[in-house]
Design a protein around this ligand. Sequence first.
Ligand SMILES: Cc1cc2ncn([C@H]3O[C@H](COP(=O)(O)O)[C@@H](O)[C@H]3O)c2cc1C
Ligand SMILES: O=C(O)c1cccnc1
Length: 350
Amino acid sequence: MTTNTPWDAPIPAPDTGAADAAWQRQMQLTKPPGSLGRLETATVRLAAQQRTSLPALERVWITVFAGDHGVCDEGVSAFPQAVTAQMVRNFAAGGAAVSVLARHLGATLEVVNAGTVTPLPPLAGVRDEPVMPGTANAVREPAMRAAQRDQALALGDGAAARASDAGAQLFIGGDMGIGNTTSAAAVACALLGASPEQLVGRGTGVDDDGLVRKRGAVAAALARHGDDRAPLSVLASLGGLEIAALAGAIRGAASRGLPVLVDGFIVSVAALVAVRHTPDVAAWLHFSHRSAEAGHDAVLRALDAEPLLDLGMRLGEGSGAAVAVPLLQAACRLHGEMATFESAGVSDGG
Ligand SMILES: Cc1cc2ncn([C@H]3O[C@H](COP(=O)(O)O)[C@@H](O)[C@H]3O)c2cc1C
Ligand SMILES: O=C(O)c1cccnc1
């Protein structure tokens, strides 16, 4: 890659002074120190990222990236590829899970078509920016060429730029792409040196034969790819357009000092690509939930991440992250609005 792509922008460090000030405040609030557990640590992390001792989460931005996967030719999903574009229409119409959650949160929701097999008409709230009509089948050839991967990364960076320009305080990326649990598992196997048995799960709900086909497809794609573990090579060879866009969005948010709330398996694999390429990205991430998809736990461990929730969710779309937003909002409100020992006339622990 050349040196001036968005993918090479420097990553700022969060503000440790703001973190110290937030921590001091936590110690003065009318509660035993540490009693709000991870709500405290998440708030202090947000304080450092937002460069203020009083972080807030009123403006949340969600971008869902859609893309199709050539690996579906191997019979790896319980649903046909046409569902990807049909779901983009459903996002636009407000009927998808993440559409409901975005309304519930008052969050901005945009959808970016990074490359569906079925062409889309103009739709409100959908940016139609297909790189190609779905990836190639990674079992037989690289899923993307380098230029296509870079275009997908740039789509993600563009979403992060729009979120940052709009004054968002938190970025959530979501995925829509039939077959993407296969593609994400292949990327994770290559990056972690893990086996398909460890990381391939049932996705939308394939039966036992489907699971065998999925593992076989990932094994074959890995064998074709070889042992190159460079994150951007792995992404082009085995990834998806929406996964590349998500990696670009996560890195793009970090480069603009915008914290990211990571969703489930697919988005975590995109985050792994970004962090393996640029370790400083990790300082900008929060993890929302542990997906029921089999490989998520290993990816979370590789990212040293302890997610906030474990609800047995396995949808994608950014839905798990959206569900976790109210927890972080509550954490910020507690931090900002609780009385201090001094203001309330309560004796501290000495
Ligand atoms: C109606 C529907 C809505 C979805 N929303 C997210 N996904 C999720 O499930 C798919 C991944 O699972 P697999 O790898 O088994 O195809 C992706 O489209 C992902 O975004 C959906 C899947 C379906 C069927
Ligand atoms: O956790 C996820 O991101 C996920 C799991 C299953 C299907 N689609 C997405």
